[in-house]
Design a binder for this molecule. Structure first.
Ligand code: NAD
Length: 491
């Protein structure tokens, strides 16, 4: 086979090979290369950021009237929709998610650009009550160059979630996608330029986080970092941000509890719990990876869940019916296997899974079967640490008080699910559980109009929602003197 053509990256408006090492992006279902590129080098970081600063100051992007800038973002949404199938197929190749999921992610990216175009056009500054001979206002200004650092698990949606509000706010954006999934950010940047975002306003710098991500974060011209990824990386970025006195938003890891109360609608709960942990092969920050079931229904419920998990369609991501594709890399699968072995060594037992699938189509990719572990307490490491794979830890509970205490006993607090027909109980538990998002009688549903983020080690700040745009703006108070008399100071 001829070598794949070298994919250019985007540095300050120029599409050219990066200055870093050459590498290949692999299709996780087969391990075959699907793209060849040079990562960005540190010199590219400097050039991209200097170019972004220049474009921010000179291109007129920040000064465009809101409806005009919104029109560009609407065009981005339109182009993403026009190319939806192509983008969904590329994303499938880039990170191995089933095509049904990548189509949904592409649709969500288009919706995010549309939403922030609307947010921009309807953005209101406030006139605050004045306390003297002046009119007081609170207005917002773009920040300049902001950075978006994204993980590999939901490309295009993650990138859109940061690029759309950052661009809507009038900033220039330097995007650092995960090394293993560079394609979608590059596609989105091309679409943005085609839609009318001035050259230089967007750069996309794939490469190693510890080199490229670090250099971007530390750069003095970068005024904000919006980061999605692991908690350890988020903490590192927060330290750099503290030194620079730079605001950050950190969307980090999770170990979310799903709680099935004894009066739950079990059909809904079985489906929701399965979807919550096994969709995206469990490679989801909000995966419901700790399951608490009322002891009175525990055996029957976990048995139903186990049978349903065994019927999940694991396999070829290009098949419309596939529910679980491969994991992102061979290394990541090994880490999941180590966690399952750890769970067993901690005294757990396997209800199902714990193995790689066998047979045709599974020999080269990084597949792993849906896995349910039980017989462990919430103190077990597999119940406390984020595995980021298709591994559910199931535990019984006796009282509501004990349930809430255990659900909250985690360094993470990203999301939770409550399954109950009794709305008063669901309300009580939903309010008592500490998490950025709580789903009641549903799970893993998302709306761009609703803020998202975590508590504790799951992160800082919120994305999405109309207010999401303010994350990328500085607030300014203005006083307009209206007095007839001067301030009586100079005699
Ligand atoms: P990661 O932290 O390893 O990497 C995320 C991004 O940060 C990548 O682009 C990476 O290259 C970059 N990076 C790595 N080191 C860096 C550094 N020193 N400085 C700057 N950037 C650096 O995470 P991952 O393995 O790609 O993604 C999985 C993690 O992401 C999981 O913990 C998951 O829970 C989390 N996640 C959170 C959310 C959320 O919204 N809360 C969403 C998706 C994923």
């Amino acid at each position: 086979m001829p070598p794949l053509p070298l994919l250019p990256i985007s540095v300050a408006g120029q599409w050219r090979p990066g200055g870093g090492d050459e590498y290949e992006s692999l299709y996780p279902a087969t391990g075959e290369p699907i793209a060849r590129l040079n990562a960005a080098g540190v010199a590219d970081v400097d050039e991209a950021i200097a170019g972004a600063d220049h474009a921010f100051r000179t291109s007129g992007w920040a000064q465009m009237l809101p409806h005009a800038r919104a029109a560009v973002l609407h065009r981005v949404a339109g182009l993403v929709r026009e190319r939806a199938e192509d983008l969904a197929q590329r994303q499938r190749l880039d990170n191995g998610k089933p095509i049904s999921e990548t189509r949904a992610l592409v649709a969500s990216a288009a919706g995010t650009f549309q939403f922030f175009a609307a947010a921009l056009e309807t953005l209101e500054d406030t006139i605050t009550p004045s306390r003297g001979a002046y009119v007081t206002m609170s207005v917002h200004e773009p920040m300049g160059v902001v950075a978006a650092i994204t993980p590999w698990n939901s490309p295009i949606a993650s990138e859109a979630q940061k690029m759309a509000p950052a661009l809507a706010a009038g900033n220039a954006v330097v995007v650092k996608p995960a090394e293993v999934t560079p394609l979608m950010a590059l596609e989105l940047a091309r679409i943005c330029e085609e839609a009318g975002v001035p050259k230089g306003i967007i750069s996309v710098l794939p490469g190693k986080g510890s080199v490229i991500g670090d250099a971007i974060t530390k750069h003095p011209l970068v005024k904000r970092v919006s980061f999605t990824g692991g908690t350890a990386t988020g903490r590192h970025i927060a330290h750099i941000a503290a030194d620079k006195m730079m605001p950050v938003s950190l969307e980090l890891g999770g170990k979310s509890a799903t709680m099935v109360l004894e009066d739950a609608d079990l059909d809904h709960a079985v489906n929701g719990v399965l979807y919550g942990i096994f969709s995206s092969s469990g490679e989801s920050c909000i995966a419901g990876s700790r399951l608490f079931v009322a002891r009175t229904i525990y055996d029957a419920f976990v048995e139903r869940l186990t049978q349903a998990a065994r019927r999940l369609r694991v396999g070829d991501p290009s098949d419309e019916k596939t529910q679980m594709g491969p994991l992102i890399t061979a290394r990541h699968r090994e880490s999941i296997e180590r966690y399952v072995a750890l769970g067993l060594s901690e005294g757990g037992t396997l209800r199902t899974g714990g193995v790689r699938p066998q047979g045709t189509g599974f020999d080269k990719g990084y597949f792993y079967m849906p896995t349910i572990l039980e017989g462990l307490t919430n103190q077990a490491r597999v119940a406390q640490e984020e595995i980021f794979g298709p591994v559910l830890v199931a535990m019984p509970f006796d009282t509501e008080e004990e349930l809430i205490a255990q659900a909250n006993d985690s360094v993470y607090a990203l999301a939770a699910g409550v399954w109950s027909r009794d709305f008063k109980r669901a309300w009580r538990v939903g309010r008592a559980v500490q998490a950025g998002t709580v789903w009641v009688n549903t799970y893993k549903q998302f709306s761009v109009s609703t803020p998202f983020g975590g508590w504790r080690d799951s992160g800082l700040g919120r994305e999405k929602g109309r207010e999401g745009i303010f994350q990328y703006m500085e607030q300014k108070s203005m006083y307009w003197g209206t007095g007839e008399q001067p301030i009586p100071w100079a005699d």
